[in-house]
Design a protein. Structure first.
Length: 252
């Protein structure tokens, strides 16, 4: 089985850029950034439970990793960068800490390296369980109205919040709930040690108004780039800033 994706061909000799969206996003999420890199072939993936992969269910990160590898092989991709935001960044970090043949490097925007301590995991499991129950039972517009009131999204203004609620409400609540539970931070291992001893280039991006993830970035001991005029979803808030940052990384 493979994940639904959109592929755009670039020049031969360049690695692929493989883009992974955040929770409740889809393969369109990264395209404003990705289409600035016409020399590179681009693959925009729909993660399980989302977009064209909505009918694909997983029991955990291992399943996601298998699907990701199968998808890359199906497109004959043997030389690539993983670029992931939030949930997509966690998927990318999990994959990179396994054996991923052909991985050139990793770019993560606002992705959590993992919780430390059992109490934090218990609390997260309870929280994600409550959200999953709401996604299954309530109108998505109501759930996302509350979802975007969480502290990590505090930099959003009213218009930005309303636009995201309208966009995310096009999802399927049942499949979102299943993916939220399968890939909860509660079941993700703490990746800090593995990421510190990595053998591949790893860059971390976060918005200047995303205080929580700027603090987390400092814990991973990797080059981190602060995107001006942006909150947690930096590539949506300031796509030009993220394009400039990614271009700089790829030139190295």
């Amino acid at each position: 089985m493979i994940l639904h994706a959109q592929a755009k061909e670039g020049q031969t000799g360049f690695p692929w850029l493989v883009f992974l969206h955040g929770f409740s996003g889809d393969c369109r999420e990264w395209q404003t950034v990705g289409e600035a890199f016409q020399d590179y072939s681009r693959l925009y993936i729909d993660l399980p439970g989302h977009g064209g992969s909505a009918d694909i269910s997983v029991s955990g990160f291992d399943d996601v990793n298998v699907l990701l590898r199968n998808t890359l092989l199906s497109y004959n991709i043997h030389n690539y960068w993983l670029v992931g935001y939030s949930l997509g960044g966690r998927v990318a970090m999990m994959a990179a800490c396994q054996e991923m043949p052909g991985l050139c490097g990793l770019v993560v925007e606002g992705g959590h390296p993992g919780l430390q301590g059992e109490e934090a995991r218990v609390q997260r499991r309870l929280s994600d369980g409550r959200w999953a129950a709401r996604f299954r039972a309530e109108p998505l517009r109501e759930v996302f109205n509350d979802w975007y009131q969480q502290p990590v999204f505090s930099s959003l203004n009213t218009a930005q919040r309303e636009a995201l609620v309208a966009l995310r409400s096009q999802n399927n609540g049942q499949t979102l709930a299943a993916m939220l539970e399968a890939t909860s931070l509660a079941v993700q291992p703490d990746l800090r040690a593995q990421l510190t001893t990595r053998t591949f280039p790893f860059y971390y991006l976060c918005g200047e108004r995303d205080d929580k993830f700027r603090a987390l970035a400092a814990e991973i001991s990797v080059p981190n780039h602060v995107i001006r005029n942006a909150g947690h979803n930096a590539h949506r808030d300031n796509p030009a800033g993220v394009v400039d940052c990614l271009a700089q990384i790829l030139r190295r």
